[in-house]
Write a protein that binds this ligand. Sequence first.
Ligand code: UDP
Ligand code: MG
Length: 310
Amino acid sequence: MLDLSIILPFHNEADGVRHLFHRLYPVLHSLDVTYEIICIDDGSSDATFTALQYEREKDQRLKIVRMARNFGKEAALTCGLHLAQGRAAITMDSDLQHPPEVIPDLIKEWRKGGEMIFAIRNNRNTDGQLRRLLSRAFYAIFRTIADIKMPEGAGDFCLLDRKVIDAVNTLQERNRFMKGLVSWVGFRRGVVPFDVEPRLGGRSSWNFFRLVRFAFDGLAGFSTLPLRIWTWSGAIVSLMAIGYGIYLIIDTLVSGVDVPGYASMMVGILLLGGLQLLSLGMIGEYLARVFTEVKARPIYFIADRIGFTE
Ligand code: UDP
Ligand code: MG
């Protein structure tokens, strides 16, 4: 059995492929391990696939999967974990934001007995202001309402022991929020700090809307609080309405009919209307996710696989 499977998702990273391996190989060779490198071309529209094939000619331990289309990074990582044969797998970004030089530290922690080792980013200097703010907000919300504990600053740069890989591979859900799934299965943890590097070339595949959707996927996959919260707000608002109703009746009985009241009525209607729409929308978000789960479509389709036996 191989010691290590390196799992790399690629989406339009053709320019970076050469630099990546230029830095990855010296690290791997300095370690005394047998390895395979699983490269997943996640529906790139540039020359990523050709570049990967070219790299394979130099080292046959590099294996390539070409996805049928762009299924997203989470699907690509899922695919990598399905195919990995190592005693441990390391997932990392292919744009060199996750420096390969951290790998020996991950392995050291693994040999000390850790079963899932997260590389924790020391800083977010490479992200824009807005993104940093939003991501901090997301983690704060996630920590308070989600059912699992995710280490702060953990990304998809981590080492997973075979036990963890097998556990994650049994999870059937379509909504693949990998950091969450990996934390959810449990096992002994370790952390290794590292400095995120600027993107090597190309552009980040995440825009604002994709990130928001991703964040909500994460929350909805691991917490039902956004759904249940409406029961409580509904109960509180109803109680207040009943109280106000009683007050109005008594007031009318005591001091007669009082016609004005337009302002309070409008406020009540608008506020409640807003709350109702919001809660309906929240239910819709979950329903949409239930819908995708129920359809039970495969998480990805592979168009080509190169270097895998059978
Ligand atoms: N990626 C992917 N499929 C996608 C989007 C991204 O496989 O649909 C890969 C991408 O090639 C990179 C990693 O996921 O290796 C992280 O993506 P990116 O650098 O765009 O995200 P960021 O670093 O901005 O979070
Ligand atoms: Mg990146």
